[in-house]
Design a protein around this ligand. Sequence first.
Ligand code: NAD
Ligand code: DGY
Length: 328
Amino acid sequence: MPGKQLSVVVTRRLPEAVETRMTELFNVTLREGDKPLTRTELAEAMQGADVLVPTITDPIDAALLAQAGDKLKLIANFGAGIDHIDVATARQRGILVSNTPGVVTEDTADMTMALILSVSRRIPEGLALMQAGNWEGWAPTAMLGGRIGGRRLGILGMGRIGQAVARRAKAFGMQIHYHNRKRLRPEIEDELEATYWESLDQMVARIDVLSINCPHTPSTFHLMNARRLKLLKPSAVIVNTSRGEVIDENALTRMLRAGEIAGAGLDVYQRGGEINPRLRELPNCVLLPHMGSATHECRMEMGEKVIINIKTFDDGHRPPDLVVPGML
Ligand SMILES: NC(=O)c1ccc[n+]([C@@H]2O[C@H](COP(=O)([O-])OP(=O)(O)OC[C@H]3O[C@@H](n4cnc5c(N)ncnc54)[C@H](O)[C@@H]3O)[C@@H](O)[C@H]2O)c1
Ligand SMILES: O=C(O)[C@H](O)CO
């Protein structure tokens, strides 16, 4: 089997069935533990492999790519977001990069909707009250949140996940507004009853809930900076299931503390796993540990996509999910 010759290094534990299939197809090195590799370990992995299968916990910058040597030909990322990989430098060095878009869409949109509901209807606060045994029974003015039906949802980044969020939010009676690099085709806009805003500032100033669904790129870094956050109504809620770097986290934290933004639901943070401790203290902030796409089904499908990308490459073709520099 020619594929068996291809050496593949996987940086994290993957679902068992995915690892088994990889073992059948490739000369694969799998992890026994599940801690992220250190930079030195990652450099070693990149030197010894034809194909590297990293995740978001493996920052692959120009310096690391420079040490990779000539063997490495494909970085088949396990994940849709590729902001942890210097794709342009990889390309210059003749290394292809692929990712796993599409299969993450519905689960991440579900989690976005869950965050919109959690923050607006104070679900974690209610749970905490019950778990602490402090509930004193129903009261007309207790635990009041905001109704989401009728509210204006602004989606920043109307791609796969953004559109899936719009479909859900529409079913909940929300009015859909969006800002995107490219305007949607008229038939999709009509189906979603979505209003396009060329100006992000103008959209931000008019909505009740903001959902961040664009990738993290040089052009989206701190797109929601202090100046733009200030345009939000004080009653607005902000939800982020894309990447933490799109929001100025310190400015957001200050404004949440000052009551200048009503609430936030965050699945992702500016420095990956490191969370601003002040965010943890805020009752109007629902924090999740980057679990937007964390379903058994999604992880299997992500694994299948990684395998298809590697196998297609090994068969001499372009991986179906090839990432081209600048395409995001
Ligand atoms: N929380 C999670 O677990 C999780 C899971 C999957 C993906 N993600 C993140 O979600 C992101 C989006 O995923 P997707 O599949 O919807 O991607 P996508 O490429 O389908 O959609 C992204 C959209 O953002 C738009 N965009 C890019 N730059 C922009 C800018 N400067 N201004 C306005 N719009 C801009 C693009 O035009 C595109 O329509 C991923 O890049 C990843 O970082 C997070
Ligand atoms: O982008 C994704 O697919 C998830 O955030 C994990 O990297």
